[in-house]
Each structure stands twice: as structure tokens, then as C-alpha cells.
Write a protein that binds this ligand. Structure first.
Ligand code: CP
Ligand code: NVA
Length: 296
């Protein structure tokens, strides 16, 4: 039996631990053979720099063969069904990594696929991002997986795909997480008690980790003006981070809208770990691919 990674909830704590145990091995650039003779399809319906390149390089480094499928060149773009496409891919590919406009596209693929489906970002979630980001927290804060409850994790901004996956991984790994979000944009759903949803910016006090993401995600461009106005008080700037612990780390999945959700001073400042965070995507995703694709 194989597994999909469509939501971060597809992994439990033990499985995340097993992926993390593999990561140190995959920090090496040397080519290995775990994905030898494996053909991994990549479909990106939206732009991507980090996810696309880290997956493609990662597949090469693991000895696999990445097949970039330009969605405009697939018959999907002319109306062929996902069902027919998935049924064909089952015979050609060993795994499929997709960045999609609609989360339902992933669910539809998974319904007909006999190969693992990996979510490389949808409107709902970004599981590969957050599994990597928590690894970065462990690495930089030098804490063990079971000690994550000692960390005060604070997200500031929009309840978007990255944020939703951060909520879920905080639930899975028992991280005490605060999500500071303007009232109007807060989720209606109820979460475990280690998840605090608030609009009080002061909750950033004593944070060990501050995380932010764009106010206008891909596909929301029409709401740009309105969103910038509402989110303005939620900017991660020097004044805001002065309320957190002096050794707090500042994270952003990137790409950033400098001057909006985060200032140049902070993203380029001493607390920022955004480049390391992006670097780690490669290593964690290599571990993740070995975990998901190796024995499929
Ligand atoms: N963080 C992230 O997923 O970046 P890309 O959109 O460049 O892949
Ligand atoms: N929330 C952002 C993340 C980009 C990696 C978006 O969906 O555009």
C-alpha cells in the first residue's frame, strides 16, 4: 500500500518523526539510488521557484527521473478528464507532484491514481512547506520533536494555505501556536486547545518563532487593495519583533512582498532564517520522497 501527501494530516506524529530521521542523510549533494528507475511527474498550475526547483533537483539527487509536465501541453488543458489522465499516468509514472488552483483537483487525482500524489501547494494547504519548516525550527532552536511544546510559535497574517497547514501540524506535533489574524479572516473551525486564534497583536510577546506569509496569495489578486488595508497593522516589523524573545527566529515561506507583510529590516535582519528555511526544503523533501516513493 502506498500513501499520499495531500494534507499534512495524512502524516501522524510517528510518520513525521520517521521522515525527520532520514533528513540528515539527505543533506548530501551526492547522487544516491533510492529513486532509481522511478519516474516522478510534476504539474505546476501556478508559478513556483522553491518547490519546483527543490523537487526537481531532489529527484535527480536521489537517482530518479523528474518529468515536468507543462499543464498547458497536457490534454487536461483541452478538457480531458482527470480520471482518464490519472488512469494513464498509473502506467507511466511512479509518483505525481502537483501544485493546483483547486484542492479538489488533488482529491480527484487521488481517487483514480494508483501512484502516490503529493500536494506541492493548493488553495487549502502546503504540507511540504510546513513539514520542512518545523524541521528548521528543530534544527535552529535545537529542540527535539517531543520538546516542541516548549516553543511559543506565533503566526501573524492571513489564514491561507500555509497557515492552515501550520495549524494542522501544530495539532499533530503539540506545538503551542498562536495565529494572529484579523477577525474577518479568521477560520470558523474549532481546533485543539494548543491552537490559539486571536486578533491581538500583543500575543507575539515572548515568541520563540514568528512566521508570516503574504496577505494576497496566488489567485486572490482581485482582493489586493482591500486586503492590504485590513492587514496593515499585522506587518512583521522591528517594533513588533521587539516584543518577542531577543533570540526569536523570523520565518517566511517566500516569496515575500517586502514592505507589506514584512519589512526589509526584519527579513534581512539577524533574527531572520528565511534563506536557511528555503534551503531545508530540498533536504526535507528528499527525505519525504524517499519515504513516500521508494517502496510504492
Ligand atoms: N514557498 C514556496 O512554496 O515557494 P515557491 O512558490 O517559490 O515554490
Ligand atoms: N500563500 C502563498 C504561498 C506561496 C508559497 C500563496 O498561496 O501564494
Amino acid at each position: 500500500m502506498y500513501m499520499n501527501l495531500i494534507s499534512i494530516k495524512d502524516l501522524n506524529k510517528q510518520q513525521i518523526k520517521e521522515v525527520y530521521e532520514l533528513v540528515p542523510k539527505y543533506k548530501l549533494k551526492d547522487t544516491t539510488t533510492e529513486l532509481k528507475n522511478k519516474y516522478i511527474g510534476l504539474i505546476f498550475e501556478k508559478p513556483s521557484t522553491r518547490t519546483r526547483v527543490s523537487f526537481e533537483v531532489g529527484i535527480h539527487q536521489l537517482g530518479g527521473i523528474p518529468i515536468e509536465l507543462d499543464e498547458k501541453q497536457l490534454q487536461l488543458s483541452r478538457g480531458e478528464t482527470i480520471k482518464d489522465t490519472a488512469n494513464i499516468f498509473n502506467h507511466y509514472l511512479d509518483g505525481l507532484i502537483l501544485r493546483v488552483h483547486k484542492h479538489t483537483t488533488l482529491l480527484e487525482f487521488s481517487k483514480y491514481s494508483k501512484i502516490p500524489i503529493v500536494n506541492a501547494l493548493s488553495d487549502e494547504e502546503h504540507p511540504c512547506q510546513v513539514i520542512s519548516d518545523i524541521w528548521t525550527v528543530l534544527e535552529i532552536k535545537k529542540v527535539k520533536l517531543d520538546e516542541l511544546n516548549k516553543i511559543k510559535f506565533v503566526y501573524v497574517g492571513d489564514f491561507n494555505n500555509v497557515c492552515r497547514s501550520l495549524v494542522y501540524i501544530s495539532e499533530i506535533l503539540d506545538i503551542n501556536s498562536y495565529f494572529i489574524i484579523p477577525k474577518k479572516y479568521q477560520p470558523k473551525a474549532k481546533f485543539k486547545e494548543n491552537i490559539i486564534i486571536t486578533d491581538e497583536i500583543e500575543k507575539i510577546k515572548d515568541a520563540d518563532v514568528i512566521y508570516t506569509d503574504v496577505w494576497v496569495s496566488m489567485g486572490q489578486e482581485k482582493e489586493r487593495k482591500k486586503r492590504i488595508k485590513v492587514f496593515k497593522p499585522y506587518q512583521v516589523n522591528s517594533k513588533l519583533i521587539s516584543l518577542a524573545k531577543p533570540d526569536c527566529i523570523v520565518m517566511h515561506c517566500l516569496p515575500a512582498n517586502r514592505g507589506l507583510e514584512i519589512t526589509d529590516e526584519v527579513i534581512d535582519g539577524k533574527n531572520s532564517v528565511v534563506i536557511k528555511q528555503a534551503e531545508n526544503r530540498l533536504y526535507v523533501q528528499k527525505a519525504l520522497m524517499v519515504y513516500i516513493f521508494k517502496n510504492k
